[in-house]
Design a protein around this ligand. Structure first.
Ligand code: ATP
Ligand code: MN
Length: 292
């Protein structure tokens, strides 16, 4: 089979079954991203981006890539950033649909942007709580956790948004005006996570290192670190069943059963319905992290 041309980008081997036998093909993945790009692009454009590439499909080895390479495509851009060790490196980002589709051609399945933009990587404009339930936590408790985080953020003057992770949990995201450093944002998020644990120590945990998480929800506030990423809304996950990280309205999460409730097909269907963009308005929301 010849390449599939999607928005001018040649996608080779469109027949290749990426999620195992009988599952979505590389062509399906490209068609999927082409359809959701208008909804997906606002959240990730102009941000340093890590991608998960699976050249052999999800059954083979997948890898995280954060560094730029010319081979990724001419719409996949480079930004030079400081690394943890003090050196510099070229990170990748995209600004447009073609950049996303070129990454898909390079077997990208997942998109993970930073909480900061390329023009000022040291000043985040978005915070995130990653709600990670252990296996034996029921969905009601996960939903209650997300709502409790939302309420605490509201108490600090911040509106927030929710999405499924495409895996076990939910992500709560709040945008804010740039200014505070990563350290300040991280400390703010730690404060909220610690307060949640203080209120309900039998339900929540906020330490990454603790091995004993049975029956608990890990409220991961450590994503709010320079260089950390989280999966973006509408991204597929390189996992069985082609699940999607789905932006939702707050009233919708109680009706789900898991963070993997949406797959490629359901997500595509949603693009045509009235709830296609529950995060509408996030770009124009004017709010600031409280100063203490
Ligand atoms: P789940 O519901 O299964 O937890 P998730 O996307 O929240 O799904 P996590 O394992 O909790 O997955 O990780 C949170 C985020 O951390 C991811 O969305 C991803 O951006 C980032 N991350 C996870 N693993 C890696 C890794 N190996 N390298 C770089 N970033 C990673
Ligand atoms: Mn998670």
């Amino acid at each position: 089979m010849g390449p599939l041309i999607v928005d001018g980008v040649a996608v080779t081997h469109p027949e290749r079954e990426v999620f195992g036998e009988g599952g979505p093909t590389k062509g399906d993945v490209a068609t999927y991203y082409d359809a959701v790009i208008p909804l997906m692009l606002p959240e990730l454009r102009g941000r340093p981006l890590s991608v998960v590439r699976c050249p052999q499909g999800t059954k083979g080895a997948c890898f995280f890539q954060k560094h730029h390479a010319d081979t990724l495509g001419k719409h996949v851009k480079a930004v030079t950033l400081k690394e943890k060790d003090g050196g510099k490196a070229e990170y990748l980002y995209v600004d447009d649909a073609k950049g996303i589709l070129e990454l898909v051609q390079m077997n990208t399945l997942e998109f993970h942007p930073w909480g900061a933009r390329v023009d000022n990587p040291d000043q985040p404009d978005r915070l995130i709580f990653d709600i990670d339930p252990s296996q034996d936590v029921d969905w009601k408790t996960v939903v209650a956790c997300a709502r409790a985080i939302r309420e605490r953020l509201q108490g600090e003057g911040l509106e927030s948004f929710v999405r499924t992770s495409g895996g076990k949990g939910l992500h709560v995201v709040a945008p804010f005006r740039r200014g505070p450093s990563w350290d300040v944002v991280k400390a703010f998020c730690k404060g909220i996570a610690d307060a949640m644990v203080a209120d309900a120590p039998k339900r929540y945990i906020a330490e990454a290192s603790k091995a004993k998480r049975e029956g608990l929800i890990f409220i991961d506030w450590l994503r709010n670190t320079r260089g950390a990423t989280s999966v973006t809304g509408w991204s597929l996950r390189a996992r069985a069943g082609a699940p999607v990280a789905m932006p939702l309205g707050w009233e919708e999460i109680a009706r789900l059963k898991t963070g993997g409730a949406f797959d490629l097909k359901k997500a595509l269907k949603r693009t045509e319905g009235p709830k296609a963009d529950p995060w509408e308005g996030i770009e124009s929301l004017k709010q600031a992290l409280p100063t203490r």
